[in-house]
Design a protein around this ligand. Structure first.
Ligand SMILES: Nc1nc2c(c(=O)[nH]1)N[C@H]1C(S)=C(S)[C@@H](COP(=O)(O)OP(=O)(O)OC[C@H]3O[C@@H](n4cnc5c(=O)[nH]c(N)nc54)[C@H](O)[C@@H]3O)O[C@H]1N2
Ligand SMILES: Nc1nc2c(c(=O)[nH]1)N[C@H]1C(S)=C(S)[C@@H](COP(=O)(O)OP(=O)(O)OC[C@H]3O[C@@H](n4cnc5c(=O)[nH]c(N)nc54)[C@H](O)[C@@H]3O)O[C@H]1N2
Ligand code: SF4
Ligand SMILES: [Mo]
Length: 804
């Protein structure tokens, strides 16, 4: 008997009922439940039909797992996922993690938004005082305000904020609406990968994750993982965590994890942890490079054939004889004129010189070598150069494009490709780096291409005046310097209108003038595709009818479109379900292997086995026929393009190497502005963040059951805790120039001395004294962008810790 409800196994049920089936269940233990709920209630409940629907977790987690939602009487009873008893799935099961399985708690949480809300007149943004209004009134206000702002300031004053709470094929409803209304100020970058996505094209000519599959590492002899923890950040589903577990089981290679934290992915393999000071990976690579050069272990054939800028021989003509190559940087002949010996690197990284030499010797003499990185090392003030340096490491020894190697970027992931809701074209061509949206609200017209990375125009002509925040907590909680963000957003003379669309009253949503209540994706028809080595598509149907006055985002945008007189153009006469089916059919035309729509609905989960990919194999096989999209067609370890692009830029102190007034054109180590080398007597510790298994960012950050097992803690080494009288479990305060947070101490040798770690995403909660007792690290992060990408350097901070 299962959960007291059914004596049929779920497997039988799925077989007989199909994904949309229902069955009457014979209950047990009714006498006991009578005592709990009153006579007859349990019987009535037992006689209700149990319904099971497929859905998916649509949050910004690569898992994108299958959810099986069990309902009775139009209420969610529990949520589970694929299990091994589903023989139909063999071992490819996109299983949900604990977060996904607690969706019922989220869906029915007291924080859940159920009605359209309007900020109470006379209250300030951020106070969180709202009154219920009708859909008619809410959508009329939005339409009127939009017309007013476009009329007064033009479409460049309209902005759709970076927000990642929903990922599904129909998740761009507001983009489509705004394009019909004349467009909006665009953004580029993401909070995930600003620095690495910016630098990769300079080096490899292409953006994003184009490393080898993790499973390609099975053939390797030595695996170096810089700042990546698949067990924590690629959970669930069939993503990298799945591949990582198999890799660890199958490979004979040595695995080293280079991280300032002994992360969960290297647990049980402690000799594989190479502790490093945060923000110093480029110094480690430089120290290794020095050793490789000194001991003739660099692969000169590879560097001269496939790369540009390693040494004088392959420098672009205009830069020859100027000591501007990577080798000149390493040997102390150019740039900062410091020789990057292992002893030099040891002081910065905290890794003893002898260990760096040993590692360099291993790197220089072991093949295949598989080098990969996560995105932790790049979400920093020097992240562009850190990511570049890590990518340069396998090139130095020619370990790129061969079986068992990777090119130092993040691992490849495969996914079937599904078309998404057409957003139309944006007539406004200007865009900002997404991290600078508070600046664009505060002083937009001061932002130029040279001081703030404005693209598509020399400068902004107007600040942001109308902002849509759909499925994001990135206005405050996930943005930096929450206290400053509050100041900027609370002032409604700056940004005149904010529309928020969410499922719960998160911190950012409380800066909205109008709030609209969204349905979760498992409460509507929805589809998603993802994968790692193996790909999958999940097709879900509504688990219950829409509760209270919640609507889908497409329905909301349609109502606003109607008020704006563009409903027909917006919908093209189609419901959201029509769109989803039509889009799926279009995807099927391109990918004949996909099942029919009816089959997809019936299956819920469609999986497809993939093959490991070796990155840059074609280029390695024939670099002329398969030239890279860099100016030289080769791998660029020196980038002329970077120098040209940044010419005349206004740099702030610490953006570049000491003594230089331009950005380095090679993967140099630049000390962080707030890092291990720039701590102060007031703030003597480095403070770094990481993505936590207890939440996805701030999502699930209010679920008590998850908080109980994943407390918000600051990791502190005993060497730093002892002199401060801090013991495991103590309540402590972390203070810096931007704010104060209060949380528990986790005293552990799993973090390097001199650095403390706080997981990102906890819900900001200020007490009467302005102390954030929720423990959100973004109370302490800076709004200053990293120099090249203008990205979020949210892992770069300093602080002091004391008992509360
Ligand atoms: N459970 C969970 N999973 C998630 C998310 C989540 O919030 N929670 N978020 C999802 C999203 S949107 C994203 S973008 C990804 C983020 O994925 P990542 O950006 O890769 O995650 P992080 O935890 O920031 O960093 C990865 C590792 O790098 C380490 N690290 C940080 N700085 C440095 C450094 O300077 N040098 C070295 N060597 N290591 C460093 C951290 O300790 C951490 O173990 O994760 C996704 N998955
Ligand atoms: N300090 C620090 N800050 C960081 C990072 C870091 O490493 N360190 N990482 C950054 C990264 S990589 C990212 S991607 C961002 C992520 O930042 P966000 O995109 O803000 O991600 P979440 O915090 O998950 O917020 C998603 C919001 O969507 C809502 N939501 C969930 N489901 C639905 C739905 O079905 N409909 C609607 N309308 N809303 C829904 C949730 O309630 C939540 O409020 O954070 C960034 N912030
Ligand atoms: S949070 Fe991520 S791992 Fe967990 S169920 Fe959702 S998609 Fe899967
Ligand atoms: Mo992200």
């Amino acid at each position: 008997m299962e959960n007291g409800f059914s004596n049929l196994s779920r497997r039988t049920f799925l077989k007989t009922g199909g994904a949309l089936g229902a069955l009457a269940v014979a209950g047990g233990g009714l006498a006991a439940t009578d005592a709990l709920f009153g006579e007859g209630v349990a019987e009535a409940h037992a006689e209700m039909q149990e319904k099971v629907t497929w859905g998916h977790c649509a949050i910004n987690c690569p898992g994108r797992c299958a959810l099986r939602v069990h309902t009775k009487g139009d209420e969610i009873m529990w949520v589970d996922t694929c299990t091994s008893s589903d023989a139909d799935f063999d071992d490819l099961q996109p299983r949900a993690c604990l977060r996904g399985r607690t969706y019922r708690q989220w869906a029915n949480h007291p924080d859940r938004i159920s009605y359209p809300l309007k900020r109470v007149e006379g209250t300030k943004r951020g106070e969180g005082k709202y009154e219920q209004v009708s859909w008619d009134e809410a959508t009329q206000i939005i339409a009127d305000k939009l017309k007013e702002v476009i009329g007064k300031y033009g479409n460049e004053a309209v902005y759709l904020a970076y927000a990642t709470g929903v990922s599904a094929t129909s998740s761009r409803p507001f983009h489509r609406l705004m394009n019909l209304m004349g467009g909006f100020l665009g953004y580029y970058n993401s909070y995930s990968t600003a620095q690495i996505s910016c630098i990769t094209p300079y080096m490899y000519g292409s953006k994003g994750s184009n490393g080898s599959s993790l499973s390609a590492g099975e053939d390797s002899k030595l695996i170096l993982v810089f700042g990546s923890s698949p067990t924590e950040t690629r959970q669930g589903g069939l993503t990298t965590h799945y591949d990582w577990v198999h890799l660890r089981e199958r490979t004979k290679a040595k695995i080293y994890m280079i991280d300032y934290r002994m992360n969960d992915s290297i647990m049980g393999h402690s000799d594989g942890w190479l502790p490093i000071n945060p923000g110093t990976d480029a110094a480690l690579v430089a120290g290794i490079a020095h050793y490789l050069i000194k001991h003739d272990l660099v692969d000169l054939d590879f560097l001269h054939t496939y790369c540009v800028g390693y040494d004088e021989e392959t420098m672009p003509e205009a830069y020859q004889g100027k000591n501007m190559s990577y080798k000149s940087y390493i040997m102390g002949e150019g740039y900062d004129k410091v020789e990057k010996t292992p002893a030099w690197a040891a002081k910065i990284t905290g890794i003893p010189a002898a260990r760096i030499e040993e590692l360099a010797q291993e790197i220089g003499t072991t093949s295949p070598l598989y080098v990969t990185q996560g995105w932790g090392p790049q979400r920093r003030s020097n992240g562009e150069w850190t990511a570049w340096a890590i990518m340069a490491l396998p090139c130095l020894v020619g370990q790129v494009g061969l079986p068992g190697t990777s090119n130092g970027t993040r691992e490849n992931r495969n996914s079937p490709s599904l078309s998404s809701l057409p957003a139309g074209t944006n007539p406004v061509k200007t865009s900002i780096p997404c991290f600078l949206f508070t600046d664009a609200i505060d002083h937009g017209p001061e932002m130029t291409s040279k001081n703030a990375g404005i693209k598509g125009a020399d400068k902004l002509s107007v600040g942001i005046k109308f902002l849509v925040n759909y499925a994001g907590n990135c206005l405050t909680n996930q943005h930096s310097d929450i206290n400053r963000a509050h100041e900027v957003l609370a002032d409604d003379t700056k940004c005149e209108f904010i529309l928020g669309v969410d499922t719960v009253m998160c911190d950012s949503i409380m800066y909205s003038d109008i709030i609209l209540p969204d349905l979760f994706r498992f409460e509507q028809t929805s589809q998603i595709a993802t994968g790692s080595d193996h790909g999958y598509v999940i097709t879900g149907t509504a688990c219950t009818s829409p509760k209270f006055e919640r609507k889908t985002a497409y329905e909301m945008a349609t109502l606003v479109a109607e008020k704006l007189g563009v409903k027909d153009a917006y919908t093209e006469g189609k419901t959201e379900d029509d769109w989803i089916k039509e889009l799926y059919e279009a995807s099927r035309k391109k990918d004949g292997e996909l099942p029919t729509w009816e089959e997809a609905v019936e299956m819920g989960v469609y999986t497809r086995r993939g093959k490991p990919v070796v990155s840059m194999k074609k280029f390695r096989d024939d670099s002329e026929a398969n030239a890279l999209a860099t100016p030289s067609g080769k791998i660029e370890i020196f980038s002329e393009k970077l120098l040209q692009f940044t010419e005349g830029w206004e740099l702030a102190e610490g953006d570049t190497l000491p003594g230089m007034d331009t950005l380095p054109a090679v993967p140099a180590y630049i000390p962080e502005w707030y890092g291990v080398e720039t701590t102060t007597s007031e703030f003597p510790l480095a403070l770094s963040g990481f993505h936590y298994r207890g939440r996805i960012h701030s999502s699930w950050g209010n679920i008590e059951q998850l908080k109980d097992v994943n407390p918000q803690e600051v990791w502190i080494n005993p060497a730093d805790a002892d002199p401060r009288g801090i013991e495991q479990g103590d309540k402590v305060r972390v203070t810096n120039q931007f704010g104060i947070i209060e949380l528990l101490a986790k005293v552990t040798p799993r973090v390097v001395p001199g650095t403390v770690a706080v997981s990102q995403g906890a819900w900001f909660e200020a007490d009467a004294n302005g102390v954030d007792v929720g423990g959100s690290i973004n109370t302490m992060t800076t709004q200053r962008p990293s120099p090249l990408s203008k990205g979020n350097p949210q892992h770069t901070n300093i602080c002091e810790v004391a008992k509360a």
